[in-house]
Design a protein around this ligand. Sequence first.
Ligand SMILES: Nc1ncnc2c1ncn2[C@@H]1O[C@H](COP(=O)(O)OP(=O)(O)OP(=O)(O)O)[C@@H](O)[C@H]1O
Length: 352
Amino acid sequence: MLEISDLEVRYDTEHGEVHAVNGLSVDLAENETLGLVGESGCGKTTTAKSLIRLLESNCTIAGGSVELDGRDLTDLSLKELKREVRWSEISMIPQNAMNGFDPVYTVGEQIVEVVQAHESDTSKGEARERARELFEKLGIDGDRIDDYPHQFSGGMAQRAMVALALALDPKVILADEPTTALDVVIQDRLLDVIQDLQDEMDVAMLLITHDMSVVSERCDNIAVMYGGRIVEYADAETIIKSPRHPYTLGLRNSFPDITEDSQDLISIPGAPPTLVDPDEMCQFAPRCPFAEEECWEVAPEPVEYGDGHRVECHRADEVEYLRSEAEKHETWTELESTETDDELTETEVKND
Ligand SMILES: Nc1ncnc2c1ncn2[C@@H]1O[C@H](COP(=O)(O)OP(=O)(O)OP(=O)(O)O)[C@@H](O)[C@H]1O
């Protein structure tokens, strides 16, 4: 239904061009939940926003296509996209609902406005009734559509945002870390109600999160993103149980497994790249314990390992070795000490 091919998105900054999304290709089927997972700064939000062109003025889609049922959305003018796609076909739940609502209007007024802007023959009363029904389904008293955003708690405001996102019965919802601002118990409940409604209304969802545990429980397929690219893609079980990319292995190490009691978590040392005019190389090489000369010189092409499992790593064939080494603390801490040595050497050089 939604086919993203070779998407390229850039930010123009005073430091250079940020290559936020690079050659990103992924499909989303009807009713599917696709998890887009990765650390902060790897391009998840930019990917989602570019689908409905909610982009800052320094941001451009530099290439690729986004097809919804065969229609390329990148060919539409912004006006056409707003009229025919945003909210009605693809809607978005932002990280913090308080930023999505206008504080001076009631939540109900804002839902009615969005509905009437797209459905000229729906009366105000009908639109209000739809908002009430959605509120009730989301576990909020229907009368609260007449409240202002500041009268809601964080969790309730997120639910109200879900009501807005579903008000026009879209085909896809983009849920960008929809629960990060909430405490853990409320997070879980909110994700449950979103998924119940998603099933009831036959909506596909792109669930964006940095949390491996969330995608493992709730997604059909998972795309692991690093440096603006999808470095590994497969069904959720394969990503969790049999990943091949060192970044996925590292990410898996750094989140608790819900099926095990006590665990030794290992974090990936270092930080993601800035993506400013990046060099031609594997972007993960500086943090990868398995990086070889080739990784620093050539960006890996995607390789298929059956059943749609796609990996971008020069060493993905050595999977048994990668998996057994990645489980060891010292594999990652040795890398950390090498980095510190390098930093020391740089400082020493500067001092000399
Ligand atoms: N307005 C902007 N101007 C310049 N660079 C930006 C802008 N917004 C994002 N970027 C850069 O684009 C890259 C991708 O950022 P993006 O927010 O899409 O990542 P993310 O994975 O969604 O992170 P987060 O979870 O923190 O939102 C980062 O390097 C970020 O610094």
